[in-house]
Design a protein around this ligand. Structure first.
Ligand code: 1HE
Length: 264
């Protein structure tokens, strides 16, 4: 199915294809999908080697929980240099998720905690089932986020809410997650994969240059000054509009052959 014959080597991921969508399941349910060195390396590898015809990725977790975060057994007795490199390894893996070739939809259920929330924050569209809950137990464990959470999570919910989660151990439920912007979609228990796949299939139909612009330009423009952001926007919009695919889609609309925008 996927990643150029890598399936056997990626034994902590369950990988399947649904047309242009590649589905990656974290597959360590006995350890609540805790992210070990092997799992982070496999995630990184999978995202670096997506087959060329994949246009969207769906991520989910096997078992009762999406992900229990960092495999804490791996933290014990790591030296300072090793710990910095370990965190940088997570950054590289999650950058490959956020700034890869295709958008990523993630389906969340049960515990979405610590590094599990950091992984979710690196994805582009988050769907939460009713059972999902979000926590940053790093404070209780005497550690800090290391998988990009301090950069990505405040951009979703603000520094104040993340501070509260880390200092008091506050856990947000699926309702709060939706209200505060941790997830864009909320579905009943058991319906996450259906919704996630439906969304990933829609995403896979987006023109590749539009998907690229959304993934790569939008977050950068958000960090730029308004003047620089507007200029980047002009460049990106000219690049997108000049692709043959855009010309084809615009032509189809003008001939009355493309879908209109309708209320959902
Ligand atoms: C683990 C881990 C883990 C479970 N590392 N082994 N993350 C945390 O602090 C979350 C810690 N985990 C939990 O709070 C709970 O396990 C859950 C709420 C996620 C799930 O509870 P439950 O009752 O369904 O399962 P369990 O019985 O607690 O766990 C089942 C097994 O998974 C058990 O091992 P076993 O050998 O006794 O069967 C647990 O020890 C194991 N397990 N979670 C290692 N996290 C880059 S920096 C990121 C920093 C962080 O992510 S900090 C947050 C770490």
């Amino acid at each position: 199915v996927p990643a150029d014959g890598l399936t056997d080597a990626l034994d902590l991921l369950q990988i399947s294809r649904h047309g242009a969508v590649l589905h990656l399941r974290l597959n360590r349910p006995a350890k609540r999908n805790a992210i070990s060195d092997a799992l982070i390396a496999q995630l990184h590898t999978a995202f670096l080697h997506l087959p060329a015809d994949v246009r969207a990725v769906l991520v989910s977790g096997e078992g009762e929980h999406f992900c229990a975060g960092l495999d804490l057994s791996a933290l014990v007795q790591r030296d300072i240099g090793g710990a910095v490199l370990h965190s940088r390894g997570w950054h590289a893996a999650f950058d490959a998720v956020q700034f890869g070739r295709v958008p990523v939809v993630v389906v969340l259920h049960g515990a979405v905690v610590g590094g599990g929330l950091e992984l979710a924050a690196a994805c582009h569209i988050r769907v939460a089932e009713d059972s999902a809950y979000f926590g940053l137990p790093e404070g209780q464990r005497g550690i800090f986020v290391g998988g990009g959470g301090s950069v990505r999570i405040p951009r979703l919910i603000g520094v104040a809410r993340m501070t509260d989660m880390m200092l008091t151990g506050r856990v947000y439920d699926a309702d709060e997650g939706e209200r505060y912007g941790l997830v864009q979609y909320r579905v009943p228990a058991g319906e996450g994969l259906k919704k996630g796949l439906e969304l990933a299939q829609k995403v896979a139909e987006a023109a590749p240059m539009t998907a690229f612009a959304v993934m790569h330009a939008l977050p950068r423009i958000a960090e730029q000054s308004p003047a620089e952001g507007l200029f980047t926007e002009s460049l990106m919009s000219a690049v997108a509009a000049s692709t043959p695919e855009a010309q084809e889609r615009l032509g189809a609309f003008l001939k009355g052959k493309a879908a209109k925008v309708v209320k959902s």
